[in-house]
Design a protein around this ligand. Sequence first.
Ligand SMILES: Cc1ncc(COP(=O)(O)O)c(C=O)c1O
Length: 391
Amino acid sequence: MSPTVQAGAQRLDRIPPYLFAEIDRKVQEKKRAGIDVISLGIGDPDLPTPKRVVEVLQEAASDPANHRYPSYFGLAELREAIARWYGERSGVSLDPASEILPTLGSKDGISHVPLALVDPGDVVLAPDPGYTVYVTGAVMAGADPYAMPLRIENGWLPDLDAIPDEVASRSRLMWLNYPNNPTAAVADREFLERAVAFCREHGIVLCHDAPYSEIAFDGYRPLSLFEIPGAKEVGLEFHSLSKTYNMTGWRIGWVCGRADLIGLIGRLKTNIDSGIFQAVQWAAIEALNGGEEETRAACDTYARRHRLVADTLNELGWSIKPPRATFYVWAPVPEGYDSIGFAGHVLDEVGVNITPGVGFGTYGEGYFRLSVTAPDDRLHEAMTRMRKLKL
Ligand SMILES: Cc1ncc(COP(=O)(O)O)c(C=O)c1O
């Protein structure tokens, strides 16, 4: 008898299929069938990376000094630029040598942090609905994810008092994400203070995922976790250049916070990847040093698009206020549909791709998410098509 090859690791069976990959497959099928699908499904800016950043990459890519293995811990100049950015933006002081670790996009940091900080059987607290990687990262580390429901009546903030003591005592890590994907909610200082106090009381590492911190409107400025006194003793914050500078394809972000935790994540990552292409790091330095003007202009565009979507959906019977931050619209599905059914209906009837809320977790059921990161003419066309949708 010939030996059989094992089909795959059991841990993969615990991970649901990555929602966006699944949706992409369906969209590609439609496209192959000749249908002009407008994708509002993924939060991927349509606006280009600032030209000055691309130019630095072009020059740095030609320099042989950048062709070799980069440092595992990022260029000192990049860590210094991040520290400066934090100081100017939030008045927060970070030590570039020990409190900042550049990552291959924030997803790299988010997916790997449980492997560095959590043991099998520990609990990882994750918002539901939420960015799915909080749960899959925990599962890959053998931990037990515990859902913290986000509900409209709580302003899409988790109810920390509802976490049973038995769960809190087994928890090693809590994920928060404000401005929030998918709900577009924001967190006030009072909530962040309570979260810091909760994590300090129970000895939990508070991981604040903040890739949308700069995508905010009408003068609103989201708080950094480290503006909360005591946060650095329990906290890590994850940032990304993806959304701030339209750099999703470049794969660069960072995690920062308590030095010993950063050291552990760095130690893990030396065994997983070999750092970030140095030319990309020089371009990131240029991005961070260049001020806010381009990001504010992009936000003006998103704010204008948010108004268009809210006006259109409100004409159709929704009651939506444009959000204070993020490029997402989070809205209830019409009566008679579940979220997958409604997303399928919209795709089949008018060729517009939106994301079913349940893809972000059980508590996302009943909602859908739409991203305003499509070019203006495509978003207009999508809204014209939505007006023709039979509900
Ligand atoms: C909440 C949240 N965190 C993290 C990420 C990952 O971003 P990146 O890996 O591009 O930095 C995303 C991407 O959509 C996100 O929505």
